[in-house]
Design a protein around this ligand. Sequence first.
Ligand code: NAP
Length: 255
Amino acid sequence: MAECLLILGGTAEAVALAHAAAKQFPGLSTVTSLAGVTSRPTPVPGDVRTGGFGGADGLAAYLTGTNISHVIDATHPFAAQIARNAQAACEATGTPRLKLLRPMWQRTPADIWIDVADAAEAAAHLADMTAKSVFLTLGIRDLEPFAALSGAAFVVRLIERPAAPLPIEAQVVTGRGPFCQADERRLMQQHRIDALVTKASGGAATEGKIRAARALRLPVVMLRRPTTPPGDTAPDVAAALRWLDSRLARAKSTP
Ligand code: NAP
């Protein structure tokens, strides 16, 4: 049976992987799956499907119903639910799965990082700080806990303008990474930012803000990464392709 790769996407790595897999494995069918969060996703080679599967069972049914032979979960490190669903669905169906997991940012002695569990804890820390202008790069879902804070102005960065009002009063800036250090520094200075709140997403594409905060000696309140489900992981697209290559070779040699 022809091999078919499902890429769980929504990240720059997923886009890069779809391009690289199309180039390296021209005969391989590829489907990129998107949650449907943004209105204009970056085009990718291969098929694209959009929207949830209906939990782990729905994903398992999709895998068998569409003859998916391999899954690479290239979703964001904070997309914990889909990662758990992918692990459970692949285990249930015996589908080889890899988690593409970008490397963590490394703390240096020049960093002022405050490690927190979630947005609520981040907001509680900010209440104790004297920050007047806070840069929030968390996505819409994690803004609510900051609504109770008075005395600080917020700048929120999103990929696109929100369709509905935000749960907090904030100035919205839009942009899709990668973001370089110089631009991040300029943005922080322009808005007189004196604290950054971010997820510990890791990876090079959004490290510019971490480097800029380091250079400006700004505190960074950083939400801890959720736990990764057990199984194979790769730190980048090149390593993911090696995994795929070896899995495809194994499938070919199995009668
Ligand atoms: P999540 O909490 O882990 O997933 C919630 C539900 O959304 C899943 O149970 C699944 O619905 C659906 N879903 C998520 N990713 C999907 C995908 N690639 N294809 C099909 N369905 C998907 O995810 P999230 O944190 O809301 O993130 C949603 C998407 O945004 C992900 O694709 C992720 O890569 C991207 N993203 C997330 C973040 C972040 O900070 N969380 C940042 C950048 C990009 P069903 O249970 O119905 O299958």
